[in-house]
Design a protein around this ligand. Sequence first.
Ligand code: ADP
Ligand code: ASP
Ligand code: MG
Length: 466
Amino acid sequence: MLVMKFGGTSVGAVEQIRTAAKIVESAVPSGPIVILSAMAGVTDGLLTAGQVAVQGLTRDRDDKLWEIRSKHDRAINDLFEERRVAAEVQETLRPLWEEMQKVFTGVSLLRELSTRSRDLIGSFGERLIVPLFTRYLKALGLQAEAIDAREFIITSDEAEFMLVDFDETKKRCRRLAELVKSGIVPVVTGFICSTPDGITMTLGRGSSDYSATIVGSCVKASEIQIWTDVDGVMTADPRHVSDARVLDRVSYREAAEMSYFGAKVLHPKTIIPAADENIPIRIKNTFNPDFQGTLISAETPTQHQNVKTVTSITGLTLVSIEGRGMMGVAGIAGRVFMTTAENRIGVLMFSQGSSEQHISLVVGKQDGEVAVKSLRRQFQHEIEHRRVDKISGVSDVAIIALVGEGMKGTPGVAARVFNVVGEGGIGIMMIAQGSSEINLSFVVRQKDATRAVQLLHSALDLGRRL
Ligand code: ADP
Ligand code: ASP
Ligand code: MG
């Protein structure tokens, strides 16, 4: 069995849908299971419609929904020239438009948009494209069946710390394997899942990649293909670095670090299920299907090159806790983490000086203020007794990260990196290196992030083909 996930741009308009369907058709002998993202821009559009609905802006809400509807209508009319078939597809989608109408009216009336409502609103993009794409595969002569992932990807109902119940999911995935065995191509909604009680949830923005590896690991696929709009995992974000190069091979550990530190081509959770079952992931370009892409597997050749990628994450806040009196006070770091966990704040990076006089952590900008306030409350006693001098936050910072298995045990990488950044006149506000030594990350002001990435990409010669 082969899992093939197509991202938003790969199903973003009629031409792309045709291309993606052809790719599926050519994979039929390998027993494909297709996972789809919503058409490009649709999830954003739905969530924007939710936001304006909750503000009472019903006109803007309806404009957004109309835009989404016309995008699908256009695709249906262009894909299915036979009017009868187009009408049949419209009919299949009708209950979804009606459900959307009710949900959005509910949000406008209640003027309330909970996490649960937002997940339900976000779910429509994938639920709309899947029946449409499935019908198109059938029009090409394939046997295909539209599947709603809420029937088998089961998670806990804690939105922020949600966990996939792999035992239950695996059990339910047997149905997919049976379909494949009988020659049917299952076409599955990415992104969405459900609690055991049937409440609609999502796996997080950009998480259809993760849906693909969840399914792939549960059916023990031979390969998981992520079809997107670039040739593979690149040495840097091609939108910021013009000579970024495609990497042929990347290890699971490298891919996990790269995606965690901002390589948007993969959702950060994607690697875990595939690595657990040792299933290779291949990143492929829908618009250049003959290109081999990037293979992600357990092993990777590491010769010559120390660093493989340089990535950045923006929109962050750096929180610092300083105080000479912290030295020797047990459990400060523990209390910091307890406080962030209690407030459901994700910590992207953490560092503590050996003298314990300074602790820094990086959090999302949206959590910055809460982090500072709740830490001040937690350390109120220490602040009053001058053990902690200052707890402060600096917003608009970015993490820059270098990743590569070859960095392990190679001396001088950090020195080189900090030299380059320093010579570029960019100040470094915090540094961390994972104990696995396959990543080196540091914090700079957000305004310097792109230049730092470009300087490092060029100075470390990452664009050079080996
Ligand atoms: P999809 O809709 O197919 O999931 P995404 O937009 O989520 O596609 O991810 C692909 C995009 O990720 C590319 O168009 C590229 O701009 C961006 N990207 C960022 N960093 C990298 C990287 N290191 N390698 C490849 N692409 C990257
Ligand atoms: N459509 C979802 C999103 O935009 C999931 C995905 O694209 O992977 O977040
Ligand atoms: Mg994506």
